[in-house]
Design a protein around this ligand. Structure first.
Ligand SMILES: Nc1ncnc2c1ncn2[C@@H]1O[C@H](COP(=O)(O)OP(=O)(O)OP(=O)(O)O)[C@@H](O)[C@H]1O
Ligand SMILES: [Mg+2]
Length: 238
């Protein structure tokens, strides 16, 4: 079998003494897309934060392309090729669109030339961003901020992209736009992706695999081609 791009085994993490994640095993084949789903508060965001190194690992291992990255700080993981689009977007409100995108270039480290600037590809994916390059991030609409957050993560040319609810609080026509852009990213860049997504229809259109979390554990995994969204909906609904 090919080396998984990301391999978690026995991962446990939380906030101080409050354990949130228990015994997580997950393998992502290179180029695959996994939808991470589950009810509110089950630990989805915490899992992405743990992969990114924002939350420390309490137990288990995290390997990126075979290398143990479980003790590296977040910036080193970004440089190793992990791009993160956090829930709630967290763009820099005082920086312009262009400056926000430039902060994403830092993740290139030694892998690429940050001095070459933000690749045109980002503006091709999100044409709206090109027309508002000089606008301050804090003035953007929710949908524009979401595009900016995704663009910023892509500017670092990640191998693994972690997307935390990219459609949350975004109106339907922008959801379609983001979905189209992500499908394009997937096809053109061959990225490996974890997508946290409440819209199961979108998750099933986009992902090859799904993993359902409950109570800080992965309680079911499978292929989106074998199981339907309706098969798992009862595990996700409140
Ligand atoms: N900074 C924090 N300190 C302490 N506990 C936290 C912190 N952030 C989250 N938690 C707790 O960890 C648990 C998992 O939260 P998490 O945000 O990972 O869930 P989630 O599955 O992403 O939920 P949602 O669907 O609402 O985004 C929850 O019980 C939450 O209250
Ligand atoms: Mg969350």
């Amino acid at each position: 079998m090919v080396t998984p791009l990301l391999e978690l085994s026995g991962v446990a993490a939380g906030y101080g003494a409050a354990r949130v994640l228990w015994d997580i095993d997950l393998q992502l084949a290179p180029g695959s897309v996994t939808a991470l789903i589950g009810r509110n508060g089950v630990g989805k965001t915490t899992l992405l934060r743990t992969i990114m190194g924002i939350q420390p690992l309490d137990a288990g291992t995290i390997r990126l392309d075979g290398q143990d990255i479980g003790t590296l700080p977040p910036q080193r993981r970004a440089r190793a090729g992990i791009g993160y689009v956090p829930q709630g977007r967290h763009i820099f409100p005082q920086l312009t669109v262009a400056e926000n995108l430039e902060t994403g270039l830092m993740a290139l480290g030694r892998r690429g030339k940050a001095s070459a600037g933000v690749p045109d590809q980002i503006y091709d994916l999100f044409p709206k961003l090109g027309t508002i390059r000089q606008r301050k991030g804090g003035l953007l609409s929710g949908g524009e901020q979401q595009q900016l957050a995704i663009g910023r993560a892509l500017a670092g040319a990640p191998r693994l992209l972690l997307l935390d609810e990219p459609t949350e609080g975004v109106q339907p026509n922008v959801v379609q736009m983001i979905e189209a852009a992500l499908l394009k990213v997937r096809a053109e860049m061959g990225l490996t992706i974890i997508l946290i997504e409440q819209y199961l229809d979108f998750a099933w259109r986009f992902a090859d695999h799904y993993a359902v979390m409950d109570g800080g554990r992965i309680v079911r995994q499978g292929d989106t081609a074998s199981d339907t969204a309706a098969d798992v909906a009862h595990l996700v609904r409140i």
